[in-house]
Write a protein that binds this ligand. Structure first.
Ligand code: SAM
Ligand code: SF4
Length: 350
């Protein structure tokens, strides 16, 4: 099947990279775009934001139409998976308009997956609509099942609302994967229970290491719990069987024999995933980050606004991809105790 975008033709049946595919200098095809649609959020998770964050003035944000245009330009260049994230994507006003308009690329076959990462606080309201627009799977971030601990981690969150959001998502037929950040001394004793809970509800679980992004007013070393330790502890209770599931991302998956469910481990601090990296990220102001763990970025808002034709955007995307680095430089610095990168996760999305 061939779908026309601008004057180009993408052959969707061809195996391997497409004629217009974005190939970086290390021969990696870029097929996955994460879009932070807002830097705002209704939570203030301790590892993600400081309590008193200042957010971008609304005027600096790309409009929903501009976000659609930018996403569509990437899709025309062979991106086949798109994840909306944030901040909290579901607090962006009118977000369903964007989801609905992007769903035309699912219908055309150009996009294989449209998905989002959410804290689930607004899912009760939006789950059915998301499913109606062709979203099949979502990631929900949840680090604990203890209401007090949940409030302490998220500062502002209400666990009951989040669980109700997950219920609504499952009732609407969305597949849910849970992401939990491993936090030293906070939820480390709960991870085995989270596995049982998630798998009992038919949801995969992924455990994530804290990344040194943004100054959150707490010391990373205090939060950092190596996922290798989580894994070692889980193997005392469960039989973890390696499975060969490659996503191009940093997760490595096992099957938990006792539950039959899937468990992922994300270890961003190690370099073992960079060589298969297939993704780039754009912020809500139209800045393209070629790597989550590097400062280098390209401004796509200027070419987007400079002309009604997409030629300048395509050129800017092509040029930026030639600068995608081989890997990241994350370090949790034991001497300086500073964040590895000044940018918060809520700017580039998870
Ligand atoms: N608000 C949505 C949510 O929480 O799912 C989407 C955006 S959030 C930035 C995406 C993911 O990044 C979440 O799973 C969150 O736990 C994770 N995250 C945020 N800051 C992090 C950090 N410093 N290290 C590791 N993961 C982080
Ligand atoms: Fe908000 Fe998600 Fe960051 Fe928590 S992790 S503060 S829910 S953006």
């Amino acid at each position: 099947m061939a779908v026309a975008h601008d004057s180009s033709v993408i052959d969707l049946d061809r195996a391997g990279p497409r004629p217009l595919a974005l190939i970086d200098p290390f021969a990696r095809a870029i097929t996955y775009l994460r879009v932070s649609v807002t830097d705002r959020c209704d939570f203030r998770c301790v590892y993600c934001m400081s309590e008193h964050m200042s957010f971008l003035p609304k005027a600096e944000l790309l409009s929903l139409e501009e976000l659609d245009r930018l996403c569509s330009a990437f899709i025309a260049k062979g991106v086949s998976k798109l994840r909306l994230t944030g901040g909290e994507p579901l607090v962006r006003r009118g977000i369903m308009t964007l989801v609905e308009s992007l769903s035309r690329h699912l219908k055309s076959g150009a996009l294989k997956e449209l998905t989002l990462t959410t804290n689930a606080s607004q899912l009760q309201k939006f789950a059915a609509e998301l499913k109606g627009h062709g979203v099949e799977r979502i990631n929900v971030s949840l680090d604990t099942l203890d209401p007090d601990k949940f409030r302490a981690i998220t500062r502002w969150g209400d666990l009951d609302k989040v669980i109700a959001g997950i219920d609504a998502a499952q009732a609407a037929g969305l597949q849910v994967k849970i992401n939990a950040v491993a936090l030293k001394g906070v939820n480390e004793d709960e991870i085995a229970g989270l596995v049982a809970w998630a798998h009992g509800r038919g949801m995969d679980l992924t455990v994530i290491e804290v990344m040194p992004l943004g100054d959150v007013g707490e010391t990373r070393l205090d939060q950092y719990l190596p996922v290798s330790m989580v894994r070692a502890r889980l193997s005392e209770r469960y039989t973890l069987e390696d499975i060969d599931l490659q996503t191009g991302g940093p997760a490595r998956y096992v099957r938990v024999k006792e539950t039959g469910g899937r468990l992922g481990f994300i270890t961003p601090m190690t370099h073992n995933f960079c060589e298969s990296c297939n993704r780039v990220r754009i912020t809500c102001t139209g800045t393209l980050y070629m790597c989550l763990g590097q400062e280098d970025a390209a401004d796509l808002r200027t070419p987007l606004r400079a002309s009604e034709s997409d030629d300048l955007i395509h050129k800017a995307i092509d040029e930026a991809i030639t600068r995608k680095p081989k890997g990241h430089d994350f370090v949790i610095d034991r001497r300086q105790r500073r964040p590895g990168l000044a940018r918060h996760m809520s700017v580039t999305g998870g």
